[in-house]
Design a protein around this ligand. Sequence first.
Ligand code: ADP
Length: 193
Amino acid sequence: MRIILLGPPGAGKGTQAQFICEHYCIPQISTGDMLRAAVKCSTSLGLKAKKIMDAGGLVSDDIIIGLVQERITQADCQNGFLFDGFPRTIPQAEAIDKAGIVIDHVLQIDVPDTEIIQRIAGRRLATQGDPRSDDNEETVKQRLAVYHKQTAPLIDFYKNLPTKQPDHKPAFHIINGLGTIEAIRERIIAVLG
Ligand code: ADP
């Protein structure tokens, strides 16, 4: 099973990703987590990425595509994987397509901006000991703006992919991201089967 999780920052992708991955025994490939690991280890990529992440911008497509391509050659990806936070731009989605990677399901977790801003303020209070340096209100607004400009177009990209790729069309599902974690989980199980 190969799955893409789409949705704005704070939509609950990470939480639901963990559950989906346990349920289907596939690894979670979170480009955000990979970048935060690089930042923690102060690799040259990490040093470059930190500035961009703290400003709410996107790390360059080439770097991200390289990271993911290397990751999916590992043995644990043989039966599939879940992309969390990738692709985030049209060129990233086109790179998946060009590499001949067939995606089975695209899940878009839908949450309105007003709710996102409240949630991230809550997350910041809850994680005071180890807050994410990009979880302040300014940066969240910037991340949301970037999401609408660069990532939201992927919704139409995946809706229209069947005409370009009739044999490999991923099923596209919109999941209502409001409600309890369990309620959202049930909605996801219902569409994935
Ligand atoms: P969230 O979904 O909560 O915004 P992530 O953990 O997915 O957070 O990503 C954090 C930051 O890492 C992003 O704001 C961006 O700077 C960078 N990043 C993560 N994934 C990508 C990607 N696929 N392309 C470009 N930048 C990315």
